[in-house]
Design a protein around this ligand. Sequence first.
Ligand SMILES: Nc1nc2c(ncn2[C@@H]2O[C@H](COP(=O)(O)OP(=O)(O)O)[C@@H](O)[C@H]2O)c(=O)[nH]1
Ligand SMILES: Nc1ncnc2c1ncn2[C@@H]1O[C@H](COP(=O)(O)OP(=O)(O)O)[C@@H](O)[C@H]1O
Length: 207
Amino acid sequence: MAQGTLYIVSAPSGAGKSSLIQALLKTQPLYDTQVSVSHTTRGMRPGETHGEHYFFVEKHEFEQMIAEDAFLEHARVFDNYYGTSRHAIEQVLATGVDVFLDIDWQGAQQIRAKMPGARSIFVLPPSKEELDRRLRGRGQDSEEVITRRMAQAVAEMSHYAEYDYLIVNDDFDLALSDLKTIIRAERLRMARQKARHDALISKLLAV
Ligand SMILES: Nc1nc2c(ncn2[C@@H]2O[C@H](COP(=O)(O)OP(=O)(O)O)[C@@H](O)[C@H]2O)c(=O)[nH]1
Ligand SMILES: Nc1ncnc2c1ncn2[C@@H]1O[C@H](COP(=O)(O)OP(=O)(O)O)[C@@H](O)[C@H]1O
């Protein structure tokens, strides 16, 4: 069976990447696409569930997992650890399912180095003012956290050129449609590549 594709999605906090990925998953059959659940040492926000939004772990547990080489990638973001567990991703990709990683630019660099077949998408907000409004509108972070995330946004956005695709999340439905177009184009590319390989193999093996 063909391997699934790994999609990296990054954005400054509040740009709307989680909303876009969740909306995409609602429209794709479950067997086709999955989102990876990361481990983090940050505190749980109101409305978040352990095992659904993140696996919330203590710092010493996270460090133990690093020591055991359990992460495909991990990084420190906003003073907390975040990481993608190797086990979950590799097993799912092997079954032909596409997997989405909602990770920062540091994690994206580590994944690209290890898995050159991964495709990466950067989500931009339409303006700094709108990014600030969305962070506040989400109503889940303190003023101090919002100020830090706005300052970090510039650092995150400075890595936009490392990504294969850019999406501006101004009108949500348009941004979602862009995301679906990217996935359709990638699936077509993979299907064409497979057809070329199959044709070559049948010629090479012909007696
Ligand atoms: N490298 C890495 N970054 C992650 C991972 N999980 C989440 N992040 C990133 O950490 C940042 C903060 O995430 P979070 O605390 O959920 O805040 P939010 O993005 O504002 O909802 C975002 O840029 C995420 O993309 C992970 O497993 N690895
Ligand atoms: N295109 C959009 N227009 C207006 N609000 C949006 C749009 N996309 C997302 N939002 C809102 O912005 C806030 C931040 O979105 P979220 O998906 O949590 O961002 P991220 O995962 O990038 O931190 C949420 O309240 C979400 O409903």
